[in-house]
Design a protein around this ligand. Structure first.
Ligand code: APR
Ligand code: ZN
Ligand code: ZN
Length: 383
């Protein structure tokens, strides 16, 4: 045990000022394709630069499902979940960013602030943060098997152990269930518009895929002052929510050609900015075709390594379109998480509109099924 480690306890083996390990319930994935199983996991003693966070809430994002179903490669066994918020309950001896009792949102791309990408102002591409998060001491199964913290944050658990760089302190007046959505959906969607594409006021925008992340992109487009916001989805219930939160037009791609429909709404030209928020080659192609000549397609969805997208050499040149890749909405968490929390607190973003279901940790497999069926925007696990 690290004698210098400080904390207020909350763990089974925590005594006085010393912090021990902590046993928590966590949803464990042993191999792609298997269901998650809720098991007892022992979190390690926080290292000098680590913090233990008692989680209040975690959203279930499509990227968790993509790791579970094998679309995105990962390491196993793991505890998934990367859209969480909670309260710091123990800190390592060298921690300076937060204190015990601070309310925090977890960030799945902790920036080292020292590598090339951090120094050129792209901390979302940090070359060290994720690797360190995957290899730092985290926890073990009852069998003693060492666990990998899913996307570095492992929020499908009552508590998690992460680097201090993986937490951002937030205003305590915001509900942690709403703050959790800042950890992925709101950052990725609003960030895609405000940070990756920097959409100017008056632009026309289309969003293909209106799940948690796509709806956040629609909110981002509204905040940016877009003049037209076309929501595209193949599930009509998603389009109804999209209209409520800011879409000016909707296209049901299960019953009409989405590219022709978007062109028809924009005098035949296509939109200034088309956001792909599904993660498939077919919808990436659609977003590219929906963008006007000289327009921009932004690829937000996380697709698989073997799903190739093809464009002819002439396609790429003749219409002078831009294609922008987008990871985590290009956010700088230290700057943007407090900004997003402020948008919610000021009533500019209605985070509750994203929450379809509040569930328990045991319901996480059902949450994946509902997401696959397109029944929910976000299921949020409440601890
Ligand atoms: N055309 C239009 N909409 C589609 C299509 C399609 N071919 N396929 C799926 N959709 C819609 C679904 O109906 C759903 O509303 O895309 C939406 C996806 O939403 P979610 O499953 O809730 O996923 P979300 O968490 O929003 O993530 C979207 O962004 O971060 C990445 O890994 C994530 O690739 C995923 C994407
Ligand atoms: Zn996510
Ligand atoms: Zn870095």
């Amino acid at each position: 045990m690290d004698e210098n480690t400080r904390g207020t306890g909350g763990g089974d083996e925590t005594v006085g000022a010393k912090v021990g390990k902590r046993k928590v319930n966590a949803a464990v994935l042993r191999a792609p394709g298997e269901p998650l199983s809720v098991e007892t996991v022992t979190l390690e003693v926080p290292g000098p630069h680590q913090v233990r966070v008692s989680l209040a809430a975690s959203g279930v994002c499509h990227s968790d499902l993509s790791i579970q179903n094998g679309t995105l490669p990962f390491m196993f066994p793991t505890v998934l979940g990367h859209e969480g918020a909670g309260v710091v309950e123990a800190v390592g001896s060298e921690v300076t960013r937060v204190r015990v009792g601070d309310h925090v949102v977890l960030c799945w791309m902790p920036a080292c602030r020292e590598c090339f990408w951090c120094r050129v102002g792209q901390p979302v591409l940090c070359e060290n943060g994720l690797t360190e998060a995957f290899t730092a001491p985290y926890g073990t199964l009852e069998s003693g098997e060492v666990l990998i913290p899913g996307l570095g944050t492992a929020t499908f658990a009552e508590a998690t152990l992460v680097s201090e760089r993986s937490v951002v302190k937030i205003d305590e007046r915001i509900g942690l269930d709403q703050a959790a959505l800042v950890g992925c959906a709101l950052s990725t969607g609003i960030g895609a518009v405000a940070r990756t594409a920097e959409v100017p006021a008056g632009s026309s925008v289309a969003v293909v895929g209106c799940g948690g992340v796509g709806l956040a992109a629609i909110v981002g487009a509204r905040l940016a002052g877009a003049s037209k916001i076309v929501a595209v989805d193949r599930v009509s219930a998603k389009l109804a929510i999209a209209s409520l939160i800011g879409a000016t037009d909707v296209v049901d791609s299960s019953s009409s050609d989405p590219v022709a429909a978007v062109r028809a709404i924009t005098e035949g030209r296509g939109v200034d900015y088309a956001f792909e928020v599904v993660g498939r080659s077919s919808t990436i192609k659609q977003a590219f075709q929906m963008a006007r000549r000289g327009g921009t397609a932004v690829i937000v969805g996380a697709g698989s390594a073997d799903d190739d997208v093809s464009f002819s050499a002439m396609d790429l040149f003749v219409d002078a379109k831009r294609i922008l890749g987008c990871v985590y909405g290009s956010v700088d968490a230290d700057r943007d998480f407090p900004w997003l929390v402020g948008l919610i607190m000021d009533g500019n973003v209605d985070a509750s509109a994203f929450v379809s279901r509040r569930i328990g940790l045991d319901d996480v497999n059902d949450a994946f099924k509902s997401m696959e069926a397109g029944e929910v925007t976000r299921s949020v696990i409440i601890y």
